[in-house]
Design a protein. Sequence first.
Length: 328
Amino acid sequence: MDVKPRILVARQAPAEVLGRLAAHFEVDLHPGEVPLPPEQLRERLRGKAGVFITGTERISAELLDACPELRAVCTMTVGYNHIDVAACSARGVLVTNTPDVLTETTADFGFALLMATARRMAEGERLLRDGRWTSWAWDFLAGAEVHGSTLGILGMGRIGQAIARRGRFGFGMKVIYHNRSRLAASTEAELGARYLSKDELLREADHLVLVLPYSAAAHHCIGSAELALMKPTATLVNIARGGIVDEDALAAALREGRLAAAGLDVFEGEPRVNPALLTLSNVVLTPHIASATLPTRRAMAELAADNLIAALTGARPPTPLNPEILPA
Ligand code: DGY
């Protein structure tokens, strides 16, 4: 009788996905809501051929050295800054992520957060619930204009482009962007997007959305110097990774009126939130839920499972991050 490869599923997944995995593998599931602490992750990974993770499990070179049987790391996220991909490649471990299936949902949320931030929705809701809505004034909770304004996008990958479409075609916004590499002229024309240097982007945007991938190079790439370039009336939205923004510098800019408002779905030490941000009324805070709709989360889990099944059964995984280690 064939022995099934052993895998770890490090976080709860939809039942139908767990069922598919169980048909191929001997599954060790960590069902808890809290991620496995690193030492427990290491223990549970020993002897496993594959692992299904989310963004809360860190895969380091040390962990890989402690788990030499590991052949596939499949994350149910598009971002992969929690995985040392180079260390995986060096050890012949395949890494996969879940691009595309979350693009539109994440862009919807990015736009919703922009709207909520610019139009002070969370502030208004808090005021109403607290019984502080007592009168009307011409400038009562007056926010920033969204339609017709200038939408800046830092990081013009799939999600950035989906946000650009919403801004351009839904709200008649002027779209400007900065990216490591400039888009093809035809894509720029389709999106009506103008490429600028990062500094020009910061200066011109009425609303700036951060959608760039996180890496050591992107750490705190929005700090006090960058915030100082932005308009005091501007809003900043971060749906990428918390470490991109220096949160202390951001809190100071918001407190001192050097930036109008910020909408943040990601935090440097999440799930802990910088206390300086919690005290400010001009910031909208959400708990890293940009891709959180049931259909999208199911699609992400299915794709992570497709990758894991393919990787350990000799097929070609649909979305590898280090395809160079696959047989030709
Ligand atoms: C992703 O997929 O990278 C999202 O941030 C969810 O973690």
